[in-house]
Design a protein around this ligand. Structure first.
Ligand code: ARG
Ligand code: ZN
Length: 854
């Protein structure tokens, strides 16, 4: 059953209002729903209400019970023929949150009852037209045992509450804003609240609450600060104000992904809420800040203006990721944030775009929509908005977003509606730009430069090609904004940054007045999500690594220098590391540079990214070459690394930018120092591990120690486990760090960890900590004997029985079989075939496995 974008039909029945009554119980929850339905347009079709595993206990229309002859179940859909144009339809069902292992709908997590409805979980709670273009006002009453579930939360504002006999109590919440069912949420449990408040720009006082287990309360202050900063930022940058009297966040420990933007009641994976220096790393702090912002920003880009259908998912996700990226850039270092975002895009989205699961930002079809919460929809989608913002400039971009929010407030709309609002509000023609929404595949930009010494002119030829992707063999040229600058190598200056838009296959430009060949800095700021193929000499790259004033391009030049050296060595040349080492030396000793940037620039590219640059990925050769270069850099600069490691030590923990940058650079210095083979390497790492007063330094040291079989390795792993046993988020790190290790026995280590008493597939964070991390470990996962593939396939098959959504997310690494040699490829295919042939497989995993084989 394939759902296609072109088959969209508006809803035949609308639900203006829904009244829900819950009698909560972990094993048997009663759900009564009363829907005010109206016929949309002139037709005589019956009302169809989606359900998933529901059986109606009763059905009534306009207060009269229907006999079972008056309704039917068509698969899981409740079908009722209705005579008039407006009716009150009541249903009652019973559901069992405690046995809901899919974690979609209403489920139990650590003593709580909570919901996840996006995209199609509401139909597991009650019968309803579960599609985003049916917007309703919700009135929710919850009844529950007061001792077990003292706190009762839902969307909107709390309006009434009271006591009931038998130790039960009740609460009623009303959300005045019409919303689609995927934004419904409810939580019941024994929760403590970090309460605060925010006064909006028009003077509305909003009560803020972050709800967690009592013992986690001391770890909520960072999330609260992030929330208040987000609220202020959205007012200042987009003119968007919060619109209810309360805003609540709840942390739950069993959650399929990051977090969820339910109106007024965001529900979070606890890893994106809880932080203190002892248990969270600096990247964890950043992730919390950005996810809190992301979910908050959805209040406008998602809730007030929502999606017409799920093909439009990037309408809210791409835009909201762009908004949270800009927010984080404003809260910290914009340069480093851009580097991190591009690294994520390349690691996740470029790989997706180059493989069998490639799809456009606005997909054309799906079997299971949960499989389309992808890096393409999210991260490439955000790059599209970033390009629109670049083409418009800040003022006109704001006029465009103002018009978008004004025009579509309270509506369920399409990506096309967004683009149109940007055109109308910003005064621009985005005609050809729309191809970015419909064409999959990462465009390749090739560059040719010819310098003519006689005339002092440079001619630059840009060519684009967009590779074929599944279902899209031929591509039209895209509109690609290209930012560049030409540096005079004598002065180290450039004559101004330029922006050109490449709209055809090829563009030729001529620039005059160069006494010697200039150095080209291209795709500055990574303005367009493309792969640039420019043959730049090591000398030019070293120049840009030292002089480029665009921090992203400076970082990129440094990385490219390392990549070129490694790739040449992998294909047989001796390892040329002198220029690389010189550039690193210059970077780490440049006092004008932000240390956080320095740490990014001097780190080696990942094994996976190196693999992406090869025709056929050779995991062993990549690992060997990279280790060799690491050792070379370590040795050549040993005294510098030693000095940096000492100098970046701090007394007393601080979250200041300087302290964070020092921790990051200290970790990089330690990794080079240990790679150098210095006899005291393991002891130094263990010393940092042992004495650290924060998780950033402790985990950095552990991640280094796990790579080698030393007494310090085992000692550190045991000490870490002992110290943090019982703290699930930190135990996840313990599993993850071992799964990511550059250790020859990682496969066996992971296999043994799967049998550890603390391991369970039922908790998505734990399952991912082991298997997603392992599958991302290129050298280990692709070990030549194929054991890594088999282990992940076994995990997928086992997890699918509990939680298809999370299982499906483990499939794409096996889908990369075309990128490897024949022997590895055949083993990966065999595992995919074994998965696809498993009886009773979910639609989620079936879609991913069959598409990966095609
Ligand atoms: N809307 C949520 C967010 O981006 C994520 C929902 C993911 N749902 C899923 N089925 N993967 O913040
Ligand atoms: Zn989102």
């Amino acid at each position: 059953p394939v759902i296609r974008r072109e088959d969209y039909q508006p809803p035949l029945w609308l639900v203006d209002h829904i009244r829900l009554e819950f009698d909560l119980d972990a094993h048997a929850t009663r759900v009564k729903a009363r829907l005010s339905v109206t016929r949309a347009g002139r037709h005589d079709r019956p009302l169809r209400l989606d359900g998933d595993g529901l059986v109606p206990l009763s059905v009534a229309v306009d207060g009269k019970a229907l006999s079972p002859a008056d309704w039917r179940l068509d698969d899981d859909v409740l079908v009722i023929a209705l005579p008039g144009n407006a009716h009150e339809v009541e249903t009652e069902v019973q559901i069992a949150p405690a046995t809901n292992t899919q974690l979609m709908g209403l489920y139990a997590s650590g003593g709580l009852l909570c919901t996840q409805c996006e995209p199609e979980g509401f139909r597991r709670i009650t019968f309803f037209p579960d599609r985003p273009d049916v917007l309703s006002r919700y009135d929710v009453t919850m009844r529950a045992d007061k001792a077990t579930y003292p706190v009762l939360l839902a969307n909107g504002d709390p309006v009434e509450q009271g006591e009931l006999p038998d130790g039960r109590h009740w609460a009623r919440w009303v959300d005045p804003y019409p919303k689609p069912s995927y934004l419904f949420a409810m939580v019941a449990g024994d929760l403590a609240c970090n309460a605060d408040s925010f006064t909006t720009m028009s003077g509305r006082a909003v009560r803020l609450g972050i709800w967690v287990r009592e013992e986690d309360l001391p770890r909520t202050s960072h999330a609260m600060t992030a929330l208040k900063n987000s609220m202020a930022w959205d007012e200042r940058v987009y003119g968007r104000e919060y619109d209810l009297d309360v805003f609540n966040i709840v942390a739950v420990s069993d959650f399929n992904f990051g977090a969820m933007e339910n109106k007024g009641l965001n529900i979070f994976n606890s890893r994106y809420v809880l932080a203190d220096p002892e248990t969270a790393t600096d990247p964890d702090y950043d992730a919390i800040e950005s996810v809190v912002a992301h979910e908050y920003f959805h209040n406008w880009s998602g809730d007030r203006v929502t999606c017409r259908d799920w093909f439009q998912l990037s309408l809210k996700e791409g835009f909201t990721v762009y908004r949270d990226q800009c927010f984080s850039a404003d809260m910290g270092s914009a340069a480093v944030k851009r580097i991190e975002d591009v690294r994520t895009l390349r690691a996740a989205q470029f790989q997706e775009d180059a493989g069998p699961l490639a799809h456009p930002v606005r997909p054309e079809s799906y079997m299971e929509i949960s499989n389309f919460y992808t890096a393409t929809v999210y991260n490439k989608g955000a790059e599209l908005i970033r390009m629109i913002a670049l083409l418009l400039g800040p003022e006109r971009f704001r006029q465009g977003t103002d018009l978008y929010f004004e025009r579509h407030d309270g509506q369920a709309v399409t990506c096309e509606d967004f683009v149109k609002a940007m055109e109308d509000g910003g005064g621009i023609d985005l005609g050809q730009f729309r191809l970015w929404y419909s064409q999959a595949g990462t465009p390749r930009l090739t560059v040719r430069q010819r310098y003519d010494p006689a005339s002092g002119s440079l001619s630059i030829t840009l060519r684009q090609t967009v590779p074929p992707t599944p279902g899209q063999p031929e591509k039209a040229p895209m509109a690609i904004p290209v930012k560049f600058a030409l540096f005079d190598p004598a002065t180290g200056e450039h004559g101004g940054e330029e922006l050109v838009v490449l709209t055809r296959d090829q563009l030729e430009m001529r620039r005059e007045g160069f006494a010697q060949a200039p150095v080209l800095s291209l795709n500055r700021g990574f303005a367009a999500p493309v792969i640039v193929e420019a043959e730049q000499s090591a000398q030019d790259l070293a120049f840009l690594a030292a002089r480029d004033d665009d921090p992203f391009s400076r970082y990129e030049a440094m990385q490219q220098l390392m990549i070129n050296g490694l790739l040449a060595h992998i294909s047989g040349a001796p390892l040329e590391s002198d220029v690389i080492i010189d550039s690193i030396r210059r970077t780490i000793t440049d006092p004008t540079l932000d240390r956080s940037f320095v740490a990014e620039a001097v780190r080696l590219p990942s094994e996976a990214y190196l693999g992406d640059q090869m025709q056929v990925v050779d995991p062993d050769a990549i690992h060997a070459a990279r280790e060799r270069l690491m050792t070379g850099i370590g040795e050549a600069l040993e005294s510098e690394w030693r000095a940096l490691h000492a100098e970046c030590a701090r007394n007393g923990f601080s979250l200041s930018a300087d302290a964070r940058a020092a921790r990051k650079l200290r970790g990089v210095a330690l990794s080079y120092l240990v790679a150098s083979g210095a006899p005291d390497g393991a002891a130094l790492a263990f010393g940092q591990f042992d004495r650290a007063d924060n998780m950033t330094e402790r985990q950095a040291a552990l991640a280094i120690l796990v790579n080698r079989e030393t007494p310090e390795r085992d000692q550190a792993l045991a000490a870490f486990y002992r110290r943090y046993a019982g703290n699930a988020l930190v135990v996840d790190k313990w599993f993850q760090t071992q799964a990511l290790a550059f250790h020859p026995d990682t496969v066996e280590i992971v296999q043994a960890l799967a049998g550890h008493a603390d391991f369970t597939l039922a908790n998505p964070n734990r399952a991912r900590a082991l298997y997603s991390a392992f599958a991302a470990n290129q050298w280990a996962f692709n070990r030549a004997d194929g054991k890594g593939y088999r282990m992940v396939a076994d995990a997928i098959i086992a997890l699918d029985k509990l939680n298809p959504q999370t299982a499906a997310r483990l499939v794409p690494p096996l889908g990369r079989w075309r990128r490897f040699d024949g022997a590895r490829g055949a083993m990966m295919r065999a595992e995919l075939e074994r998965i696809a042939a498993t009886p009773g497989l979910s639609r989620d995993v079936l879609e991913q496995a069959t598409k990966s084989l095609a």
